[in-house]
Write a protein that binds this ligand. Structure first.
Ligand code: NAI
Length: 699
């Protein structure tokens, strides 16, 4: 049972009990309906309290029902709310910890609400490209007033119960309990105190008017519209709340229903829901059971205090985990420490970090020049130079000093994790933890699973990722792992487009219009064009046959490495990040084009987007097929959290699904005929060809 019924004297208590957050799945809804029936039938019961067991009143809809017909199955949420409203005996919601989405809508159907202080209150549906569909847009404005309610509905953000209780005239909470602990008792007493009250108050009967009426809604539309360009839901939330203020309650409910169903069918909402579920699914590894015992990680060591090492250390300090940082020389250690300090101080200055928190974090950080000091740490992350010889020396040292069972991680971005594991006598303890730069900011973490990595090491690092608030995606071992292996093909297409007639600016603009946070050339300038250059030099020996535009190499030969040198594909003014097109670079591209005998042609934005995105998709299909990624949604998550892919498109794989894999394959056949592109690459990956032929999708 996911809802319990118990009578305390003359009060019936219905307790939602569907861990983790008392989601309002079908069984829970049935449980509430059943409890209501029992309470109505029992003459000894004078009033009813509804509450939640464990860590929530209710977090809302059961995400496991998402996209299935179960969510609509009777009793659906609106029917349950009607049951509460129609009850002849008073119904009191006893709210604590979390009341969100459908949970809040359920509470708004009760006659009275008493909340514990510290409860997080939200209608977060907008974050899934939807609006509250259980009367939230109609009832919340009636209890809070239109402005605060609309703010909550459009932002989806949570507000604490005690803050809401201070709003003048609010009718959301009839009482705030003295504490979370006393809520249950106080709710029973409250129910007794209103047991004889008639008529019973209903939120639907409250007035809902804004003094400025139309003007207010117009102002709000202007503001919200400008801030939510690619997302239809926020503006639709305004329509629904406006209906609450202008229509009869039932008609407003019908408007909410209609908008909800329309939003459910938008590609943006599909993308956001895909993302929501995909992020949760990414933490699950098929052959690693959730019951796998974890290794204890209380302290870590970081080897190398450079760009990555410093950022990695900050993640752990932020999470309250002690960090010991090792370098070869004192001055490198001092530099690394100073950078961390400077980063934190900037946060303190901006008011984003309190001084005492800063002090606590710095106190967790120690430094050393000696491997012998690392023996007691539970995990080590290596972030030294990207050279296999250096990695070998480091891992041999780690194998010597680390205690048995310690996890040995490498942050390598291009080297073979299996090879690194085999430098030790404990390859089962070695794993790749590929952070993205800046490591203290970027959400994505690729967890690279070696051939011999132990299951409990995988389970532990996934848990650690959560603790340091990263979104982790598991990748197998291959050149570039998931993200960079795909981005290489994307970058290669960018190069071919220059050869054929584009400027870097044209390509970037097209991709930014598509929704990428940054086009490929601006991204190259940010990351440093020299990184790819070094990789290509290394590869030219291994893969001499790979076709690519040499423009990026020519650019690097001019020392134009990107933002860090003030010049890359674009020019940059000191301290500024605005990309200024450079005539010399354009001339360099034209000369290269001429040297290859290519006559430039006008290339449409559509072709630019398709070639770049489908290049990601085709490589991703190979990655899936090879088992490097466990599932398509992992790839989407990696691209959204690590590469600036627009969330409202749901990632490259969902985008391909939406376009239709048949259409994607047709486009690839067209691209393969382009004499200046790589026909070989555009052969659709077998998995992609198969899915397209069967009319299936990746997800
Ligand atoms: P970096 O050059 O900024 O820092 C490397 C640090 O390691 C230097 O401070 C150096 O003194 C130290 N070091 C070198 N050999 C050492 C040794 N034997 N023992 C102790 N310390 C040693 O390099 P960065 O950018 O931080 O890269 C580090 C690793 O992270 C590389 O494997 C790189 O491929 C990887 N990585 C880099 C990313 C980036 O965007 N920079 C992104 C993801 C991974």
């Amino acid at each position: 049972m996911t809802a319990h019924y118990k009578v305390h004297g003359d009060i019936a208590v219905i307790t939602l009990d569907n861990p983790p957050v008392n989601g309002l799945g079908l069984a829970t809804r049935q449980g509430i309906a059943h409890g209501m029936e029992q309470a109505q039938a029992d003459a000894a019961v004078k009033a009813i309290v509804i509450t939640g067991a464990g860590k929530a009143f209710s977090g809302g809809a059961d995400i496991r029902e998402f996209g299935s017909s179960k969510a609509m199955q009777e009793p659906n949420l609106n029917s349950v709310i009607l049951l509460l409203e129609k009850s002849t005996k008073p119904v009191v919601a006893a709210i604590h910890t979390v009341v969100m989405g459908g949970g809040l809508e359920l509470a708004l159907g009760c006659h009275y609400r008493i909340a514990a202080p510290g409860t997080s209150v939200a209608l977060p549906e907008v974050k899934l490209g939807l609006l509250p569909g259980g009367g939230g847009t109609q009832r919340l404005p009636r209890v809070l007033g239109i402005e605060p309610a609309l703010n909550m509905i459009v932002s989806g953000e949570a507000i604490k119960s005690e803050m809401l209780a201070m709003l003048p005239g609010q009718k959301l909470f009839d009482a705030i309990s003295a504490s979370a602990e006393s809520l249950a008792e106080e709710a029973l007493a409250y129910a007794r105190s209103v047991a004889a009250t008639r008529p019973l108050p209903l939120v639907r009967d409250l007035p809902c008017k804004h003094p400025q009426g139309d003007a207010y809604f117009q102002f709000t539309r202007n503001m919200v519209g400008a801030m939510s360009k690619n997302y239809p839901a926020p503006l639709k939330c305004i329509d629904a709340v406006e209906a609450a203020s202008k229509k009869k309650f039932e008609d407003g409910m019908a408007t909410e229903r209609e908008i909800f169903i329309n939003l459910m069918w938008t590609s943006e909402s599909r993308a956001l829901r895909h993302l929501f579920l995909g992020e949760r699914a990414a933490s699950k590894i098929p052959d690693v059971p959730s019951t796998t015992p974890l290794r204890e990680i209380k302290s870590i060591a970081v080897i190398g205090a450079g760009t990555m090492g410093g950022g990695i250390a900050m993640n752990f300090l932020n999470a309250g985990i002690a960090v010991k940082m090792l370098e070869m020389k004192q001055d490198a250690l001092d530099r690394g420490l100073a950078t961390i300090r400077k980063n934190y101080e900037a946060q303190v200055k901006k008011g984003k970090l309190k001084q005492d928190k800063y002090d606590q974090r710095m106190a967790l950080l120690t430094t050393t020049l000696s491997y012998d000091d690392l023996g007691t740490t539970d995990m080590v992350i290596e972030a030294v130079f990207e050279e296999i010889g250096v990695k070998e020396a480091v891992f041999k040292e780690l194998d010597r000093v680390m205690k048995p069972g310690a996890i040995l991680a490498t942050n390598t971005s291009t080297l073979d994790v299996n090879k690194i594991a085999n430098f030790t006598k404990r390859p089962q303890d070695v794993v790749g933890l590929h952070f993205f730069s800046p490591a203290n900011v970027m959400k994505l973490l690729e967890v690279v699973r070696g051939a011999k990595t132990a299951l409990d090491v995988m389970a532990t690092v996934m848990a650690v990722a959560k603790k340091i608030r990263k979104t982790a995606v598991v990748s197998g071992v291959c050149d570039g792992f998931i993200g960079n292996r795909m981005i290489e093909q994307y970058g290669r297409q960018g190069g071919f487009l220059l050869d054929e007639g584009c400027t870097p600016e044209q390509v970037d603009k097209a991709m930014e219009k598509f929704g990428m946070a940054m086009g490929p050339f601006r991204m190259g300038d940010l990351a440093g064009n020299d990184i790819g250059w070094a990789i290509r030099k290394r590869r030219s020996v291994e893969r001499a046959t790979m076709l690519y535009s040499k423009t990026a190499d020519l650019l690097c030969e001019k020392g134009r490495f990107g933002q860090k040198t003030g010049a890359g594909w674009y020019d940059y003014l000191p301290g500024k990040r605005d990309a200024i097109p450079n005539a010399e670079v354009v001339k360099m591209i034209e000369d290269y084009r001429a040297s290859k005998g290519i006559t430039p042609r006008k290339i449409s934005d559509e072709e630019i987007v398709q070639r770049l995105v489908f290049a990601l998709v085709n490589e991703a299909a190979h990655i899936l097929e090879e088992g490097i990624a466990n599932k398509a949604s992992d790839i989407d998550i990696a691209y959204i959290f690590g590469y600036g892919f627009p969330p409202y498109r749901g990632g490259p794989m969902l985008y391909a699904d939406e376009v239709g894999l048949f259409n994607v394959v047709q486009a690839m056949h067209r691209f393969a005929k382009n004499p200046h592109d790589d026909a070989n690459f555009w052969k659709p990956a077998p998995l992609l060809a198969k899915l397209a032929a069967e009319g299936k999708t990746f997800n």
